[in-house]
Design a protein. Sequence first.
Length: 352
Amino acid sequence: MPRFRSILETMAPYKPGKSVVSPDGRSYKLSSNESPHEPLPSVIEAIARAATEINRYPDPGAVRLTEALAERFDVPAEHIALGAGSVAVAQQVLEAVGEPGAEVVYAWRSFEAYPLLVDLSGATSVQVPLKDETHDLDAMAEAITPQTRLVFVCNPNNPTGTVNRTAELRRFLDRVPENVLVVLDEAYREYIRDEDVPDGLDFYRERGNVAVLRTFSKAYGLAGLRVGYLIGHEPVAEAVRKTLLPFAVNHIAQAAAIASLAAEDELYGRVETVVKERARVLEALAAQGWTVPSTEANFVWLRLGDRTMEFAERCAALGVAVRPFAGEGARISIGDTESNDTFLTAASAFLT
Ligand SMILES: *Cc1c(COP(=O)(O)O)cnc(C)c1O
């Protein structure tokens, strides 16, 4: 029998959001926070053009995409590190800092991938419970020890949608030693409308130990192509580039990401329709009698406790796939109007 690392025995596998089909054949996928919109014609065109060149390896340094990002965010190209989705970039960060004895602090419940990737890196997870469904930054600062190498701050938090605001984040960062890297995971940045939520890049510009993680998977609608990136100071970005698998970001993904940056206005128009739908869904849930944490992301969180799996089944019966966390609650993405209406029908029926 081949021998494996012992961590594989205890590691929880990543559970992706599922699709479900109702008995009458309907299917609404609200389980993975994807964009409900189909790709823009200009992006499809760029993909088609790039497809004619896939007999060649992709540009390993993704020079054009890196330059486009550098220009877009007004940062040096050397401060950018790409990966095959921001999950992969998070893994690259952990490969760069993780080893037995090293500690990684993050809130819990937060992004599913953190515990998995920390385990794989050989480091130890230090999970700090949410307070009022939100990162408890004081407790997170207190959880930092001399062994801490990295802190993830997921803002807005997945799966609760809650945010941490500028003043408390600054206070928190002031308490983090300079030799501890803070990664602000801003996968849902484009959906934030609360003006008191900081752009993580402002903190990165002020502090050498702060980096920002972003993705093309959510607002930019490229979940299927896998492109994410980190913006951080040179030692950080360089470490993350070193841990990139050769050619991990493929040629079509690079081309689509460049085309998406060029079509940002159009994409932001779509984000705005999701934000409007979010307000409508929140209002309807409140009118039904639900208590929902205020969300700045493209999903809502229902704390359902023991009834979580029952709720997910009731939604599935109408063809609505949600993301349940057994015993805790369910995360429901904001989709198109019909999907949201079907979810609201299920939510209302659950309460009666
Ligand atoms: C969806 C998500 C990501 C992005 O994942 P990709 O690998 O870029 O598709 C990263 N962080 C969080 C918190 C997310 O919810």
